[in-house]
Design a protein around this ligand. Structure first.
Ligand SMILES: *[C@@H]1O[C@H](CO)[C@@H](O)[C@H](O)[C@H]1NC(C)=O
Length: 616
């Protein structure tokens, strides 16, 4: 184990001295206690505010693939989300909160590091933009700094409940080089990868859905080629070596069998639930999963109520495969999707109730967001809509139309933030990083570029304008759009350099490929770029022209300059989503039983709530 982790272990042991429940308790010499009390009593008054800040807790809640139009506070009238809405009522609602990426893996990397994910190598150059196997070798590099690490160093307890999706192993099945523990968390209960259709029996197969169109093309091409050969052979134009061809077919068939065998095991090998470093349920069961996660989150806060903590509640819903427990099943007006949103809302309510019960509400900053817009192409095999709603915004997940990146952004901190305030300035999920650093009076890292901006001045009303003059919108590794909110202006210009080709035409999604792609024939290039004024046209319905907007050329020129300047700040880093880093590597496969038992285990049946942290 690395020095770093041992350091964390030491910090943990140190905590047990003062507040640990269970485990070996070393008692502090009495005179040391007196000294400590003496020291605390004599802290200069000026530091009180600071230490109050230092003691504040953070509960960060992230939904997966939730659309901004799914929430009551953002205008939905038929889905019931009273608990999430209460965050808007009791806190600040951001109406132009922008995800730094359009897919889970890069967006989450951006949140934790405060940087565009291209800086950490967490963006893809090819078709696959996220990790799809638990046994891939890429992940968030440990030379990245996260606010979690920072808080950990300041003595916080740091728990992650839910989805990680930022890698696991590098060289062996238990090196855990990308595990949440390597990024500052000291407690983890959740999925190292993500939820996928395959994770629930009979909910479909994402690999087949995702490559449907390719499979169709290959089959069609093969049949066509065979017909042509047959004709040529019949008319004696060529002599086809049928025998050799037969062998080729045999080999292909064999390969197909292997692939099908692999697919049949997909759920076992990728749908994994871990507690800390141990796989506890493989494959995980969706049964009561949201309830289990909720009780993990609330007991984490209870265990840590006497010390500062950060809880990252990274929901598994509302990504497919959708599920809901009996209390919610069939209760919403929007099918299983709605049920799943409403159960997640219940869970948020439980977390808020726990804070209240523990008397921590006033000392806790609660943040709610989604990793990107709703995945509108999610239609179940039975034809049911399993993707969310992006309101008036165009497109969805995997696009840089507003529907893909404008996400809910709610912040509640009673006594600090004005209740019921709404802010329509551009903000980003990368802003959490500097916000938390500044709140905890930590010095911002000097050896790297942080793209996020401290949210507090805006939230507190000390400034009216966002510090984000420009935001760059990446589609995987490709810069696809830029947003400009000029100083002392209410305009928000957005220029698209390319946009995805929706298919079928007339829809707002890429239904042929299940997610939109970022390159080649999947996109249309725009030169000049498509320019919109989001302050007047947030739905991006009518692009501006030199006649409709007299400043058209100047605006584009300013944006081009900003892009140049931004691109000069990028430095080459290892590609964590290269094909080599995303493919399945059997030797990295977490497996909680023998291979002959199909990597199957279930320790959730005998659940005990006595959970220790980073000890194994
Ligand atoms: C509310 O959300 C559901 C589910 O995503 C969606 O179908 C519906 O259109 C939304 N309603 C409104 C008024 O936005």
């Amino acid at each position: 184990m690395s020095d770093r982790l041992e350091g964390l272990g030491a910090a943990r042991r140190h905590f047990q001295v003062s507040g640990g429940k269970g485990g070996p308790t070393i008692s502090f010499p009495e005179n040391m206690k007196i000294l400590l009390v003496f020291f605390l009593l004599h802290l200069p008054i000026g530091n009180l505010g600071q230490s109050a800040n230092k003691q504040s807790n953070y509960v960060l809640i992230m939904a997966d693939d939730l659309g901004i139009g799914d929430l009551g506070c953002y205008g939905n009238t038929t889905l019931r989300t009273p608990h999430i809405d209460s965050l808007a009522k009791d806190g600040v609602m951001l109406t132009q909160h922008i995800a730094a990426a359009t897919l889970c893996t890069p967006s989450r990397a951006a949140l934790l590091t405060g940087r565009y994910p291209i800086r950490s190598g967490m963006t893809s150059l090819h078709r696959i933009g996220v990790y799809i196997f638990a046994a891939g070798s890429g992940g968030l590099p440990t030379n990245e700094t996260t606010f979690v690490k920072q808080l950990k160093e300041q003595g916080y307890s740091t728990g992650l409940v839910g989805k990680w999706h930022l890698g696991l192993n590098c060289e062996s099945s238990e090196d855990h080089c990308h595990h949440p523990f390597r990024h500052g968390f000291d407690y983890f209960y959740g999925l190292p990868l993500t939820n996928l259709r395959n994770c629930k029996p009979n909910a479909g197969n994402i690999i087949i859905v995702g490559s449907r169109s390719n499979v169709r093309t290959v089959v069609q091409a093969t049949i066509l080629a065979l017909c042509v050969l047959l004709l040529l052979d019949l008319f004696h134009l060529v002599t086809v070596p049928w025998r050799a061809l037969g062998f080729v077919f045999l080999a292909v068939a064999l390969l197909l069998v292997v692939v099908l065998l692999f697919l049949s095991q997909f759920r076992n090998i990728n749908c994994i639930l871990m507690r800390n470093r141990r796989v506890i349920q493989q494959p995980f069961s969706c049964e009561n999963l949201t309830q289990r996660m909720t009780s993990e989150a609330t007991s984490f806060m209870e265990r840590n109520s006497d010390r500062p903590f950060l809880l990252f509640m990274s929901f598994i819903p509302v990504h497919t495969a959708l599920y809901a427990s009996p209390d919610f099943l069939g209760k919403s007006r929007h099918g299983l999707y709605g049920d799943s949103v409403e159960e997640m809302d219940w869970s948020v309510g439980q977390i808020l109730a726990s804070l209240e019960r523990l008397n921590l509400s006033n000392r806790t900053l609660v943040y709610f967001t989604s990793d990107q817009g709703a995945h509108i192409e999610e239609i179940s095999d039975a034809g049911e809509v399993h993707g969310g709603w992006n309101g008036i915004y165009k497109g969805g997940k995997a696009t840089n139309w507003e529907g893909g990146i404008r996400v809910p952004g709610l912040l509640r901190w009673p006594g600090v933030l004005t209740a019921g305030k709404s802010i329509n300035e551009p903000t980003s999920n990368m802003d959490l990083f500097p916000t938390i650093f500044n709140l905890s009076k930590a010095a911002m890292p000097r050896n790297r570029i942080i793209d996020g901006r401290d949210l507090m001045p805006l939230l507190l009303g000390e400034v009216q304008q966002s510090d984000h003059e420009f935001l760059f919108h990446y589609c995987n590794s490709y810069l696809s759009a830029v947003r400009w909110h000029p100083r002392h202006s209410s305009s928000v210009w957005k220029a698209h350099f390319f946009t995805p080709n929706f298919n079928p035409e007339g829809t707002q999604g890429c239904f042929d490929t299940h997610v939109c792609m970022c390159y080649g024939a999947y996109v249309s290039q725009h030169d000049p770029p498509l320019l919109y004024d989001l302050s007047r046209d947030p739905a991006e319905s009518s692009p501006l022209t030199p006649t409709s907007e007299p400043r058209y050329h100047q605006i584009l020129e300013a944006m081009r300059e900003a892009v140049d300047k931004h691109q000069r700040t990028l430095t080459p880093v290892p590609d964590q989503l290269s094909l080599n880093n995303v493919i399945w590597k059997p030797w990295l496969q977490p497996c909680c039983s023998t291979v002959w038992e199909h990597c199957h285990c279930d320790n959730e049946r005998s659940r005990s709530p006595a959970l220790d942290g980073n000890t194994d």
